[in-house]
Design a protein around this ligand. Structure first.
Ligand SMILES: Nc1ncnc2c1ncn2[C@@H]1O[C@H](COP(=O)(O)OP(=O)(O)OP(=O)(O)O)[C@@H](O)[C@H]1O
Ligand SMILES: [Mg+2]
Length: 347
């Protein structure tokens, strides 16, 4: 598959467990919406996609279900993913009718079958040609790292479904680790804690709100207290309880530790020369999960490496794959065929 003669309608898509971002060549990011689809169970019709569908989670009548078609960074429901992609591609393209060429991001740890599913879903959704790029590479490009150099850089991407840790040098991934712990596991940990410690049932959205507002990976300068509303399990009635940020940090501790361990294990497996580079070039953090309070400090404390947040953690994978798309075009103008990995390395 080649990108020879890419046209202006080419698109890069960061198909994430939590959010899907669409980058159109020459225009930048045009869509950033939750990866959620509301389906009418009786007819199979798509009722809503994106933020509108996300607002319906936990609030739909029996005939409509709000579905997240991706799990752990990969496609869990093929038909719904296809419908979602078709909707986003159409929306990004306005009135254009030609089938676009796509660059799709995939986690670095995925199987051939999982890659094939992404390609097939994109083709079924209307793409003419599909090329894949590994997310850590896209994140590194989007974060502005000089990845083409013979010098090690580490990227940690904490998304909704997965955490990916990668060491990059000479435009390629040298060592990587992908663990299926991300923002959703943290939300689930909050839900389980509220149930166990307070006998309170809360919805998915409330759990995420608590995590974002109160969650932390290291002690806060000023700990917070918030009132949480849910359904009391024993009485079945609505009830509210006071929760502190210190308590939520405890609720999240095991999952946060699993993420930290993945970073440490990857450092341990990194060849010495590259490990030495990382002591200087440091660790760059991407993905929505790294926005948790005290996360960068915790990674720095546990590894001793200089640690920084990417300029825009939620968009850097999409921006990086968009930049790779521009790069493909520049390369192909000279009549040379390139693969994303090579193109990504030309900076
Ligand atoms: N301030 C914050 N604190 C903690 N978590 C946050 C914050 N902001 C966003 N998140 C979490 O980030 C996650 C979404 O991140 P992102 O959009 O990078 O995931 P994704 O790319 O869709 O997932 P994946 O890459 O795993 O497929 C959600 O779980 C969300 O709750
Ligand atoms: Mg992601």
């Amino acid at each position: 598959m080649s990108f020879f003669g890419l046209g202006t309608r080419d698109i890069a898509i960061d198909l994430g467990t939590a959010n899907t971002l669409v980058f159109v060549r020459g225009r930048g990011i045009v869509i950033s919406e939750p990866s959620v689809v509301a389906i009418d169970e009786r007819t199979g019709d798509v009722h809503a996609v994106g933020s509108e569908a996300k607002r319906m989670i936990g609030r739909t009548p029996a005939s409509i279900s709000a579905i997240r078609p991706l799990r752990d960074g990969v496609i869990a429901d093929f038909e719904v993913t296809e419908a979602m992609l078709r909707y986003f591609i159409r929306k990004a393209e306005h009135r254009r009718r030609a089938r676009p060429r796509l660059v799709m991001c995939v986690p670095s740890g995925v199987t051939e079958m999982e890659k094939r599913a992404v390609i097939d879903a994109a083709l079924a959704a209307g793409a003419r040609e599909v090329q894949l790029i590994e997310e850590p590479l896209a994140a590194a490009i989007g974060a502005g790292l000089p990845i083409a150099e013979p010098r090690g850089h580490m990227v940690v991407d904490v998304g909704g479904g997965t955490t990916e840790v990668a060491v990059i040098s000479l435009g390629g991934i040298v060592v990587s680790e992908s663990v299926r712990v991300g923002g959703y596991e943290l939300d689930d940990a909050v839900t389980a804690w509220m149930r166990r410690e307070h006998g309170l049932a809360i919805g998915q959205q409330t759990a995420e709100d608590i995590k974002v507002e109160l969650g932390s990976a290291s002690p806060m300068v000023e700990e917070l207290e918030v009132e949480i509303r849910g359904r009391h399990l024993a009485s079945g009635l609505p009830r509210s309880v006071q929760i502190s940020s210190a308590e939520i940090r405890e609720a999240l501790a095991a999952e946060v530790a699993a993420i930290v361990d993945a970073v440490k294990e990857t450092l341990e497996r990194t060849p010495p020369e590259l490990a030495a580079d990382i002591t200087q070039s440091g660790i760059v953090l991407a993905g929505g999960g790294v926005l948790m309070q005290g996360f960068a400090e915790r990674i720095h404390e546990e590894t001793g490496m200089p640690t920084t947040l990417a300029d825009s953690p939620l968009t850097c994978v999409a921006i990086g794959s968009g930049m790779a798309l521009e790069e493909f075009t520049a390369m192909t103008r000279g009549g040379k065929q390139v693969r994303p990995r090579e193109a990504a390395g030309v900076r």
